[in-house]
Design a protein around this ligand. Structure first.
Ligand SMILES: Cc1ncc(COP(=O)(O)O)c(C=O)c1O
Length: 396
């Protein structure tokens, strides 16, 4: 008997590539031992949270055993946590924001879902540059919408502005961008973003409801070689920034992030109230109390970006020396090289024979490429060289 909905049954049959690679990796590790496998499949930050997180946890342990110490709170989060986050985020965005512009959420994933819940209507489209974070499509469909991917320029993954322009129709309710990008590592330039927001401003004229721009920014802190991640807030009033502490504090399992409503949005109070309601009725209720207290006390600290930069450089060296073609990432912790031979699924299977785990670009809406997550120990990167060389030799 089928007990699940047709949609979920279909999702499970298609099963994400990341999940398949995860399972293949588990088998390889069981058979050969974890140290024999080079696992670049998952974007799960391996750097430990900074020491401030441990100190904060100990303090919290002393403080919470009082009435309502971990009780219900307003659905937007603890007011004092919103205050402190507003201060930090104002610095990051270079734009003054206040606590009232923030809703604390269950990670960036929770934030995207609450914003969608607040604005999407059945049949609405979310336009998004491809390649893209694989969950985006599911999230849109959770709320009756659908994802409309628009390919980026194939050499450097910069935005194809005329293609974005052409993809926007009466059905478009959201444009969703992610910079620094998963899976390409691309950081969009100010000129690209200005080009995009000019397009949105033009399309908005005469529309009954605006097109929202969601800027998904959990990797904002992770830009290399002085790359600047421009803020979208000054460029477009209907911007909502979504982000989290999953990567900058290595707190991916603690599930805490936020939605930031542009203080310049004329209907910002309505938008805030809608997102808060969505946070409640989606069953999140509020972001986890403990995680909110943690990020409040550890505010201002972050993991060592220099370590990720060292790994990026080591990975670039390995891939260059073994003959791969790729755009060097300016941010995040992913490489998205071209699949030698052109068939990404076949090539990822060749890598698997070398006990190297990557993810086919098809899983991110970009066949012909594959993704490598370099949030792994430097030793794994160095050890992968031989395997990358042998896999390349098999297709040349
Ligand atoms: C681009 C992007 N957006 C959102 C998320 C979700 O992150 P969170 O843990 O904040 O929900 C991820 C996680 O890897 C991501 O890569």
């Amino acid at each position: 008997m089928r007990v699940l909905s047709k949609q979920v049954t279909g999702y499970m049959e298609k099963s994400s590539w990341i999940r398949r690679m995860f399972e293949a990796g588990m088998e390889l590790k069981k058979k050969y031992g974890a140290e024999a496998v080079c696992d670049f499949s998952l974007g799960n930050p391996d750097l430990p949270p900074p020491p401030e997180v441990g100190v904060a946890l100990r303090e919290i342990a002393e403080e919470v055993c009082r009435p309502f110490g971990l009780g219900y709170m307003p659905n937007f989060g603890y007011p004092f946590v919103r205050e402190s986050l507003a201060g930090e985020i104002s610095k990051e965005q270079g734009v003054p924001i206040t606590a009232q512009d923030l809703v604390i959420t269950c990670g960036a994933a929770g934030a995207i879902n609450t914003v969608y819940r607040a604005v999407l209507e059945p049949g609405d489209e979310v336009v998004c540059p491809a390649p893209y974070f694989v969950e985006y499509g599911f999230y849109a469909e959770n709320h009756g919408g659908s994802l409309r991917p628009v390919p980026t320029n194939p050499t450097d993954f910069s935005l194809d502005l005329s293609a974005m322009d052409a993809a926007i129709t009466d059905k478009t309710r959201v444009v969703l961008i992610n910079s620094p990008n998963n899976p390409t590592g691309r950081v969009y330039t100010l000129a690209e973003l200005k080009g995009l927001t000019d397009i949105l401003l033009r399309h908005n004229k005469g529309r009954e409801r605006p097109i929202f721009l969601i800027a998904d920014e959990p990797y904002r802190f992770l830009a290399y070689d002085g790359a600047v991640v421009p803020s979208l807030l000054p460029l477009y009033p209907y911007t909502v920034v979504v982000s989290s502490f999953s990567k900058n504090l290595s707190l991916a399992g603690a599930r805490v992030g936020y939605a930031l409503i542009n203080p310049d949005m004329p209907e910002k109070t309505q938008m805030h109230d809608g997102i808060v309601l969505a946070n409640r009725i989606l069953g999140f209720v509020n972001a986890p109390a403990l995680a909110q207290l943690l990020v409040h006390k550890a505010a201002g600290s972050q993991v060592d970006v220099g370590r990720y930069q060292g790994r990026r450089d080591a990975m670039a060296k390995v891939l260059t020396e073994t003959g791969y073609t790729f755009a060097k990432p300016s941010g995040a912790f992913y490489f998205f090289p071209q699949a030698p031979g052109g068939d990404d699924v076949r090539f990822v299977n060749l890598l698997l024979e070398e006990k190297i785990l990557g993810v086919p670009g098809s899983g991110f809406g970009a066949p012909g490429y594959f993704r490598l997550a370099f949030c792994v120990a430097q030793e794994v990167i160095n050890r992968s060289r031989e395997g990358f060389a042998r896999a390349m030799a098999k297709v040349s």
